[in-house]
Design a protein around this ligand. Sequence first.
Ligand code: DAH
Length: 329
Amino acid sequence: MLAQLEQLEQEATAALDGADDAQALEQFRIAYLGTKGKLKSAMSWLKDANPQDKPKLGQGLNVLKSKLQAGFDEKQKSLGGASRQAAGPIIDVTEPGLPPRMGRTHVLRQVIDELIEVFGRMGFDTAEGPELEDEQHNFIDLNIPEEHPARDPLDNFYLDDKHLLRTQTSTVQIRVMEKTQPPVRIVSLGRVYRPDTHDATHSSMFHQIEGLYVDERVTMVDLKSTLLQFAHAFFGEDAEVRLRPSYFPFTEPSAEMDIKMTVRGKTEWVELGGCGMVDPNVFEAVGYDPEKWTGFAFGLGIERVAMKRYGIGDIRWFYENDLRFLRQF
Ligand code: DAH
């Protein structure tokens, strides 16, 4: 029996050596290693073998099997490699490509575009002003006197005695009126800067939208109906607007604007910003006749508007560029 094993080994080795193309190799595999192969049938020798030969025979068959398998694997690798090389590198032009990762508009930019659109439909043009401002436009022409707490150097990013990063987009009201004659109907959207400690609701840089409407006989009814139309367009037909008396140096009378909105089934009044009728001192500063012209103005925090609309809990998420956040919008 052991002699038979030896013969099988010689025969199989010769067959493997002789298999020099893929087809011959496959035939070898079927003949020797396959489920109906010679190695498998040699396993039946075991039951007829002498008890003292059995361990040796069993071991011998196992060794032969792994030897042939290893030889086969190696040969297959070298044959496969050779034929692949001959055919050149494998490029499957029908394989689907990797989809490119698409960028998207930042949620703040989406909200800004939508605000421009909503106010545009009401006849408001957009205007721009510089972020690096002088005291004249940030304070003086807006009727904010020297001793006003808003001018405290600790509450502003001053660059020198007279220049600072603007703290409000109200500066653009002045810049527009300086170079345009009424009627004026603009919104201005952009960044403002205040040295606030960063937390969930404060950032030293954020965005505002400013509105200004100047014409003859503009009243608070125009102000409130404009804000109401905005609220309906932006927060839905159920939204309501409430004006609460307040004070701003550049409007008289002044008001805080609250919007009653329903977000995810929850209805609440949310304070969104300030507004009022343009103060006659502001008209004088830009050379408009306060006896002839009237107007309203408003200013809202854009992050606040976006946070309320989408239920965003932390202002810092807007600026961190975390795709897990940004991809949701
Ligand atoms: N500029 C004000 C602020 O930053 C907001 C504001 C209030 C703007 C009243 C206005 C206004 O135009 O009329 O707090």
